[in-house]
Design a protein around this ligand. Structure first.
Ligand code: ATP
Length: 328
């Protein structure tokens, strides 16, 4: 069996709370099992720029509670090219690194799969780290729970002021291709409507629902709009509704990057620790070109090929249906 000796760890793509607990678990599990561990800065950029450093158990002290990623992250165009990958490979060989844990989203996994096919002597395990919760192979991704809690806290505050003034708020949350945060936050905050990239919502229907809410004596309304909704953006939707719904004063809030930051929730700390630990154990057992994920509260390993190509992530239909009914 292929025996690994030196492990590299990197975070790539958008940062997500929970990446630090995961890095900590990778470093300490690796060292516990006799491996040398190297931190690679700024994702694949650090592989190309040879920006790496040796890590020990104390390199990851007191980071469980930190948002962001101590290794930093980047979107690296050069790694998409064959030349960039070759430089990365040569740097890894020069350092004696024979295994990698890559923490990121589907772009990160796409890069890892290509790299691993070109250079099979570097074993690679993926850890799903993205606030979007849109990866096949894991019911939850790192950062999704924290980001959702952040959104819920913000919307609760907006509901207070909306209620005091009889206002209708349109709130844009992150999710260019994924309505996962919007849907959960909508259920948690009793949103009157949730607009998602995965489901077309006719503006006429939205207007009718909001009018019905007024008729039913609702004193405020909240509409959550995921970034990727296809109706033309939150300001445009608000303008169209304003023309038809006269009673409410209409406001727009874009929550933006605050959704990425903050201390990881207890859930994300446990998930990051479990996934980091499992990724290293899997590499030691000889696994490669796969990802670790959480399914029915157990750690499951899925091939990157399958995670990226065979299945599309689907939002829970029952949550969508329930959210509509519970907000009448
Ligand atoms: P998030 O879901 O938070 O956006 P992500 O991992 O999907 O995270 P991306 O920016 O799409 O974020 O991808 C991260 C990095 O992975 C890219 O910057 C690039 O370096 C690498 N990558 C993405 N696609 C490819 C590809 N086809 N070939 C090689 N590398 C890739």
């Amino acid at each position: 069996m292929y025996k690994i000796t030196k492990l590299g760890v990197l975070t790539s793509g958008g940062d997500a709370p929970g990446m630090n607990p995961c890095i900590r678990a990778v470093v300490r599990t690796g060292i516990y099992n006799g491996l040398q561990v190297v931190g690679i800065r700024k994702g694949y950029q650090g592989l190309i720029e040879n920006d790496m450093y040796d890590m020990g158990p104390r390199s990851v002290s007191n980071i469980l509670n930190l948002g962001g990623t101590i290794l930093k992250t980047a979107r690296c165009l050069e790694f998409r090219t064959d030349e960039g990958m070759e430089i990365a490979y040569q740097n890894l060989k020069a350092q004696g690194i024979d295994a990698l844990v890559v923490i990121g989203g589907d772009g990160t996994f796409t890069g890892a799969l290509r790299f691993s096919k070109k250079y099979p002597d570097i074993h690679v395990m993926g850890v799903p780290g993205t606030i979007d919760n849109d990866l096949y192979g894991s019911t939850y991704t790192l950062g999704f729970d924290t980001a959702t809690n952040t959104v819920v806290e913000a919307i609760d505050k907006i509901r207070d002021t909306a209620d005091a003034h009889d206002r209708l708020f349109f709130i844009e949350v992150m999710g260019r291709d994924s309505g996962a945060i919007a849907l959960r936050a909508g259920v948690c905050c009793g949103a009157e409507a949730i607009l998602l990239p995965e489901k077309a919502t006719a503006i006429d229907e939205l207007i009718e629902n909001l009018k019905a809410g007024q008729h039913n004596k609702k004193s405020s309304s909240i509409v959550i709009v995921a970034e990727g909704d296809k109706n033309g953006g939150v300001y445009d939707i608000a303008r169209r509704v304003q023309k038809e719904v006269k009673v409410y004063d209409i406001k727009v809030t874009i929550l933006g990057h605050l959704q990425r930051g903050g201390s990881p929730s207890a859930f994300d700390r446990v998930l990051g620790s479990r996934l980091g630990y499992a990724a290293v154990k899997a590499l030691i057992k000889g696994h490669t070109r796969e990802m670790v994920g959480l399914q029915a509260n157990y750690i499951k390993i899925t091939s990157l090929e399958e995670a990226l190509t065979e299945h599309e992530f689907k939002l829970e239909e029952d949550l969508m249906e329930m959210a509509d009914i519970l907000s009448i």
